[in-house]
Design a protein around this ligand. Structure first.
Ligand code: CUA
Length: 324
């Protein structure tokens, strides 16, 4: 079971959010215990007395008490607002001024119903222009070498929200608006997340996978992604099916005439571990099921069943399987 807990942060923004959460919980928890304690004490101490017992002292309109219980909550809220502001500064850094000596990665994330598009803009000062979908790869920081990841968030349709709890807080992807977020981690491995803003029927299947690679692994992955799609003679039949069907209106395969931008880039489909934004593992069997009827795997998704013949499904699955 993957750890999705905000209490196990692996990146500075997530750490700042945990610290804020724990502090606010301690302060409000203290107030809760105090108020409920006085309440329970009063219920017991001043419960109904037999007739003729003395009435407790009445303190209505006491100036010192009125001032105390106006000023104290004001001070508490004021201090919490200051701490919140400091957290905001830690979480919202300016992507244009990365720490000196760091090797920043810039990726534009575009939310679609119901998948994620990643456009790799720049790494360590070099322009990239690599496009992939659903599975983000980023380099890990090391002792002495910070590799902050700056995300520019946009939406192609409705509001989505990028949330990988161990890396950073939620940030919305809003149509017509550009948001920023960042994270940085030394922990290699897979970090999971989820679209955190209801965006339609398949919102729950808009999963996030962030692979934090060593810097060498990341570099190799980047070089692979830069290449156009492989063109194996044995898979030509499937390639022809792909290019003659409406697949090309929505999907892009670099190195072919397929240049659609409405659906995930498939140039290196086989470098991904899942299909349909994390809905199912990326196996030949699932790929075939997806080609036969995507609605069986992801009901309501924007890819229709094309009524392909069994032979076409075989050829297409064979071709897509070569897109390493
Ligand atoms: Cu995208 Cu919910």
């Amino acid at each position: 079971m993957q750890d999705l807990s905000i209490f196990n942060p692996a990146s500075p923004p997530a750490e700042a959010i945990r610290a804020l959460f724990v502090l606010v919980l301690a302060v409000t928890g203290g107030i809760f215990v105090l108020v409920e304690g006085v309440l329970i004490y009063s219920i017991i101490r001043f419960r109904r007395q037999p007739p003729g017992a003395m009435e407790p002292a009445q303190v209505y309109g006491s100036m010192p008490i009125e001032i105390a219980w106006t000023a104290t909550p004001f001070l508490i809220v004021f201090v919490l607002a200051l701490i919140l502001t400091r957290t905001e500064y830690e979480v919202r850094v300016d992507p244009n001024t990365p720490p000196p000596g760091s090797r920043p990665l810039y990726v534009t994330v575009i939310g679609h119903q119901w998948w994620w598009e990643y456009v790799y803009d720049k790494y360590d000062g070099q322009d990239l222009g690599v496009i992939t979908a659903n599975e983000l790869h980023v380099p890990a920081s090391e002792e002495g070498v910070a590799r902050p990841v700056y995300l520019t968030l946009k939406s192609a349709d409705v509001a989505h929200s990028f949330w990988v709890p161990r890396l950073a807080g939620k940030t919305d992807l809003i149509p017509g608006r550009t948001n920023q977020m960042w994270f940085q981690t030394k922990d290699r491995g897979l970090f999971l997340g989820q679209c955190a803003e209801f965006c339609g029927t398949q919102h729950a299947h808009m999963l996030l996978r962030v692979n934090v690679d060593s810097s060498d692994e990341f570099q190799r992955w980047l070089e692979d992604q830069k290449r156009p799609a492989v063109d194996e003679a044995a898979a030509r039949a499937g390639r022809d099916v792909f290019l003659s069907q409406t697949c090309v209106n929505c999907h892009r395969i670099r190195g072919t005439s397929a240049a659609g931008t409405y659906a995930p880039d498939l140039t290196h489909l086989m470098s991904r571990q899942t299909l349909a934004s994390g809905a199912v593992p990326n196996t030949q069997e699932q790929l075939r099921k997806w080609l036969i009827d995507p609605q069986r795997i992801k009901e309501g998704c924007l890819m229709p069943a094309f009524g392909l013949s069994a032979e076409q499904v075989d050829q297409l699955a064979n071709y897509l399987g070569t897109l390493k």
